[in-house]
Write a protein that binds this ligand. Structure first.
Ligand code: SF4
Ligand code: SF4
Length: 435
């Protein structure tokens, strides 16, 4: 196994310090922070993390107003790595602290503090596994076989994995893997005279929730769009959020060039995590020669499927959906992209569907990319709160627009033996166009 050398450039300390100084320590962000809520610890809060970072940087420049505290990166990195990156703090902050940017800069700064073997393994996963759809499909084939042969039921029923709690936690995250109905690059659907959208299929979304793409196509075509499938690769979200910008940039350049070549009016995504990263290509490639302008254009055209459909009234549905539905707002849709009312506004237009309020709907479910793999205990504590609120709605269906949330909430409900249906909101829209 060979690895490319990590080469992410370090951020400027001065610009990071300036951003950190915009925190006025008011604490408005504390009640919305999931890690603060479950630990009750200031150092696991946004304010605490910002304070620690600021003092570490000031110490390094001999500017600290508390010179006796010499904070070292290794003391601070664990608290930053326990942050979900949900950005609820950024939404709540009255002072406009750019928490997402600060977190991203600090991730890059702390890369050298990470265990080198784990870091290289993650880089291999980000740059070799995720962009390779054949490898992902190969993995999905074995998981499907594991489920179809009844092994999963046997493993769960026998509770044999209770001897290996970490493996048991990972196994519980495997959702039912449906048969994959593949796409061919260059496929198109609908009337070419209509507005042209390029569908971004992503990596995990395509393997685990391929049916959501077909539902997206059906909803778009029924609403007068022409859907194309240009050549593309993984969006690079996990590399980007992990501070591995060199990998994220390579993937971003490929996507920007090949998708823009298809001349779309819109680039559509049905994954909140992908959508937020595709929009961040502007920042990621801001100083990247010809890509700076192209990425700006690309990010402007990028829109979540529910936000696009909310721009115009839905075309009349053919089939009522008489279901009670609760909506969980994925962090990377609600906080990172500011898409707040659009999904529910679209769902409201479906005949027969009743939306039920979900308490703290925009509170993280604990999935957060690979957070639930890296911090299983905290992730489970955060999920438990989410599941309590979901179950209290007594809805028949829970909908959410992000594959990580779909996986995490499926796990939480399955562990409680709750038969509630879990779906992407676009699946309900597509079902309403069935004959
Ligand atoms: S991003 Fe989320 S977990 Fe991290 S500090 Fe902000 S609110 Fe807390
Ligand atoms: S709400 Fe903003 S200004 Fe107030 S403590 Fe949190 S990050 Fe700082």
């Amino acid at each position: 196994m060979t690895f490319s050398e990590p080469s992410t450039p370090l951020p400027s300390t001065n610009s990071l310090l300036n951003s950190l100084k915009s925190c006025i320590h008011c604490g408005f962000c504390l009640p919305v922070c999931p890690t603060y809520k479950v630990t009750g610890s200031e150092v696991e809060s946004p304010r605490g993390r910002l304070y620690l970072l600021k003092h570490m940087l000031q110490d390094a420049k001999n500017e600290s107003d508390e010179p006796n505290e010499h904070l070292q990166p290794k003391q601070i990195e664990p608290h930053l790595s326990q942050c979900l990156g949900c950005l609820a703090c950024e939404t709540a902050c009255p002072s406009g602290v750019p928490y997402g940017d600060i977190l991203h800069q600090s991730q890059k700064m702390f890369l050298t503090q990470k265990n080198p073997f784990i870091r290289h393994l993650k880089r291999f996963f980000f740059q070799t596994v995720l962009p390779n759809s054949n490898l992902l499909q190969f993995g999905a084939f074995w998981l499907r076989l594991y489920q179809k042969a009844g092994l999963q039921r046997l493993v769960r029923f026998s509770n044999v994995l209770s001897l290996l709690p970490l493996i048991q936690h990972y196994e519980a995250l495997i959702p039912p893997i449906p048969q994959h109905k593949p796409f061919n690059i260059g496929m198109s659907f609908g009337n070419p005279e209509h507005e042209r959208v390029a569908l971004f299929t992503g990596c995990i979304m395509d393997v685990m929730y391929n049916s959501v793409h077909w539902a997206t196509i059906k909803a778009l075509v029924n609403n007068g769009y022409y859907v194309t499938l240009p050549e593309q690769t993984c969006c690079g979200a996990l590399a980007y959020h992990g501070g591995e910008d060199d990998i994220a940039k390579k993937l971003a350049r490929k996507n920007v060039l090949s998708i823009l070549r298809s001349q779309p009016d819109w680039v559509i995504t049905n994954s909140a995590g992908c959508g937020s990263t595709l929009k961040d290509y502007t920042k990621l490639l801001a100083n990247d020669g010809i890509y700076a302008e192209k990425s700006r254009l690309f990010s402007e055209k990028t829109v979540d499927i529910m936000a696009l459909l909310a721009k115009k009234p839905l075309k009349p549905c053919r089939l009522p959906i008489p279901q009670t539905v609760a909506y969980h707002a994925a962090c990377h849709l609600h906080h990172a992209q500011g898409i707040i009312n659009e999904p529910e506004n679209v769902l409201h237009q479906i005949e027969g569907l009743t939306l039920l309020p979900l308490k703290d709907a925009a509170f993280c479910c604990g999935s957060a990319g690979i957070y639930n793999l890296e911090h299983p205990e905290l992730s489970n504590d955060i999920l438990a709160e989410k599941i309590r609120h979901i179950e209290a709605t007594q809805a028949q269906t829970l909908v959410t627009g992000n594959p990580g949330c779909l996986l995490q909430i499926t796990k939480g409900l399955q562990e409680n033996a709750n038969p509630m249906r879990i779906a992407h909101p676009i699946e309900l829209v597509a079902e309403s166009y069935s004959k």
